[in-house]
Structure formats: C-alpha cells, structure tokens
Design a protein around this ligand. Structure first.
Ligand code: ATP
Ligand code: MG
Length: 419
C-alpha cells in the first residue's frame, strides 16, 4: 500500500501557490493598514486551553479535536482555531501591561476532525485578527468593514454580511429561561447532543446542524428581544457605525456561533456565488469580553474573526497562475555551462528570477522547457557569444530576438519585462 496524506488533509502544490500568496499578501496589507501586527503561536497547545475557552458542549471540543498524549502524561491538542492561543499568549506575556489596545493578526493551519467535504477539511488554513482592550462598538464596526472591504478587493462580490448580538452574561441568563421554555416541549425530538446541550448550554442548540434541530431552532424566540439596555445600546452603536461606513449588513437574530466564548457582537460573512457549495461561510467572528478573564488574565474586552482561506480561494473568480521565472538561460553547448551558471548568478544579483537546466540537453529541449515554465525571456549563450562577450535575448512573448553585450543584459531584460 502506498502512503498517502491523512484523509481530509491536502497538499498545496507549487502550481496553486501563487493564489495563496496573493491572498495572504492582500490580507497582510489590508490588516497592517489598520495597525494589526502579526503573531505566531504554537500549533500544539495544552488540551485544557481549548476545553476551557471554546467550551465543553461545542462540536469542536466534543467531536473534532485532535488530542493525544505527549508520551508522558500531558494531554495536547492540535489547535482547532486561533483565538484561544491568542488569548493564552496575551495573558502569558502580560501584554496589557504594555499597551492599552492590542491588535494582532495570524495566518496558519488549523485542525478539526470533521467529515471531509467540499470546503471542509481536517487541516485547513485560517487568517484572523484579534483586538484586545477596546469594548466597542466602533471597533466592532471597523473590523467588520475592514474584512468586508478585503473580501470585495479579492473580486468576491456576492456576499451576505450577517450581524447579531447575543448580549452579555445578564442578557443570556434571562434568555436562557425563555429559550428553555420554548425548547422543553420539543425535547424528545432533538438529537441526543442537543438534549444534553439543553441542560449544559441551551444556546448551543440554536447552532446545531441536524435538520430537525435546525427546524425547531428556527422557531425559537429571538435573543434580541432580551438584550439589557447596555447590550441594546452597544448593538445600536454597531449598526449606526456600519451605516455611516456604508457597510452592507443584515441583522440575523438567529445567528449564534459554535464557540461558547462569544458575547454581544457576532458576525458572519457568507459567500453566495457558485463554487462554494454547502460550506458557504467565508468567515465568522465576534466579541468575547469574558474570555481573557476566564483564562486567568485581567478583565479585558476583545473581538476577533477568522476566515477560511480555502473557501476564499474557492470564491475568488479568476485564478492567477503567475510565472515564477523571468529568464531561462539556455547553454547551446556543453562547454559553456560554467559560463551560463555564472551568468545566472549575475542576473539574480541584478534582481531577476532565473532558471536554467544545468543538466544541459539540446538547444531545442531547453527552449521547450523555457516555454513550458512560462519564462518571459530565453537567454541563449553559445561558444561564439562567450567569445564576443554578448548574449542572445529571445522575448518569448513578443517573439523577437536581439543580441546585446553581456554587461548590458540585465538592464535590457528589466526594460523588456516592464514593457
Ligand atoms: P462551519 O459552520 O462551516 O462549520 P464554523 O462555524 O465551524 O464553520 P469557525 O470556527 O467560525 O467556523 O471558523 C471560521 C472560518 O473557518 C469558517 O467561516 C470557515 O471559512 C473556516 N472553516 C471552519 N472549519 C473549516 C473546515 N473544516 N475546513 C475548511 N474551512 C473551515
Ligand atoms: Mg464547524
């Protein structure tokens, strides 16, 4: 049996990588423009971090984590998301003592043992941000506007922006009773997980993907009617600011997301174009004002979101396959391969991306290779060129050829490329 990648985990081969780079660079540029700085944390964390922050009754903790024992007796887990690690790092390094507001972003792989499907993998990539220390609601509107603008800049035009508020602990305490009152007559119709959730955390029932549970959840009373005055004012402030910014959005009172730690603002951006299939959530985010404290940090409000990069790539219309080479050096005879190698180094020092086939081969096969990898220029070097101190430049796009002094080659190539 030949070895294959783990089910639900994909290789990203070099042919696909230019789209990834484009997406990641665009994300970096966008968020750095808002003052976010990159943070990198370990891929493996103590299991307790996720159990305590994401919550015991969530799908992630109940069914999806890759948890293992570290030879000795420590339970470790491959990170299923980034926020828990961000909070752990924020607390561990006492970041609040150095800055009143902290803005971090991250990009990296996450691990969840879900049923693989189109747009759903067991290793997938997220790009996300976290803001610590600002209670909102202006910053809530700003990050939503930032990410909506980012998605539009990728050429993804058909999206729906959903916002909701689930209030703070006081609101949720009141709502819990109303929700239980509604759910109790349906108890036996709910899936076994939801029956347990009714006791542990009834809000979770609203996020269940089992069809009958979703049907029942659709009729549940809205949490928006139960917001305290402060929570209501916060949510109004968010909406007013989104309106000032001209960010399109729709209030969806049934939006609760799969992690326990959220409070007040919640949002999701759904892609509506084809290509995404059933997995149409491009990103999810929200405020988690109690989490830093619950992980033994200072009482610090926070908000963040995470986007699925595979799903964004699926929604991006034009795939770009950029050439990774400017110049392909062709050595016409075996005797000039040393000079060709030296020339390659000189051109790279002049800022060009250079490839060659150092195994040699016929002139024809080398030119075919230059074409195949989409090099813009083929530079041909033979014995007579070496003697005369010149090179032949073949512009493979415009189908022209010229001879230039070797010393001028780099400058001439730069000129041809910028045409
Ligand atoms: P879903 O409802 O699709 O399961 P989620 O609510 O579990 O999503 P979050 O935990 O909020 O998702 O993660 C944020 C984003 O990460 C999602 O909107 C999605 O784009 C992406 N994502 C989540 N799980 C996966 C996965 N298994 N494979 C690919 N992308 C994923
Ligand atoms: Mg999920």
């Amino acid at each position: 049996m030949s070895l294959r990648a783990v089910k639900g985990m994909k290789d990203i081969l070099p042919d696909e990588i230019s789209n990834w780079h484009r997406l990641e660079n665009a994300f970096r540029n966008r968020v750095e423009g808002y003052g976010f700085r990159e943070v990198r944390f370990p891929i493996v964390e103590p299991t307790a971090l996720f159990v305590r922050s994401i919550g015991e009754t969530t799908d992630i903790v109940e069914k999806e984590m890759y948890t293992f024992t570290d030879r000795g007796d420590k339970s470790l887990t491959l990170r299923p998301e980034g926020t828990a690690s961000a909070v752990r790092a924020y607390v561990q390094h006492s970041v609040q003592a150095r800055e009143p507001v902290t803005k971090w972003y991250y990009i990296g792989p996450m691990y969840r043992r879900e049923r693989p499907a189109k747009g759903r993998y067991r290793q997938f990539y997220q790009a996300g941000i976290e803001v610590f220390g600002d209670p909102g609601p202006y910053v809530d509107a700003e990050v939503i506007d930032m990410v909506v603008g980012f998605i539009a800049s990728l050429g993804i035009s058909e999206v729906e922006v959903l916002v909701n508020s689930i209030g703070g602990p006081e609101t949720r305490e009141k709502y819990r009773d109303a929700l239980l009152g509604y759910l109790t007559p349906y108890r036996t119709e709910l899936c076994p997980d939801c029956q347990r959730r009714m006791d542990a955390n009834p809000l979770r029932v609203l996020d269940c993907k089992v069809p009958r549970c979703a049907e029942i959840a659709a009729g549940a009373p809205s949490i928006l009617k139960h917001l305290t005055d402060d929570d209501r004012a916060h949510f109004d402030g968010l909406q007013e600011t989104l309106t000032i910014l001209g960010t399109p959005y729709r209030v969806d009172g049934s939006l609760v997301r799969g992690l326990d730690y959220y409070s007040r603002t919640l949002f999701e951006v759904l892609g509506k174009g084809e290509g995404l299939g059933a997995q149409n959530a491009l990103l999810g985010g929200g405020r988690y004002d109690q989490m830093v404290k619950s992980l033994d940090g200072p009482d610090t409000p926070a908000i963040g979101f995470a986007m699925g990069l595979e799903r964004l790539l699926m929604a991006m219309s034009e795939a770009v396959t950029e050439s990774h080479v400017d110049v392909f050096i062709v050595a016409a005879q075996a005797g000039v391969r040393g000079q060709a190698t030296l020339l390659g180094r000189e051109l790279r020092d002049a800022g060009l991306r250079v490839e060659s086939d150092l195994r040699g081969g016929s002139l024809k096969s080398q030119l075919r290779r230059a074409d195949k990898i989409d090099a813009r220029i083929a530079m041909i070097l033979g014995e007579s060129e070496v003697e005369e101190g010149v090179v032949q430049l073949k512009d493979l796009k415009n189908k022209t050829q010229e001879q230039v002094p070797r010393a001028d080659a780099a400058a001439r190539i730069h000129a041809l490329l910028s045409d």
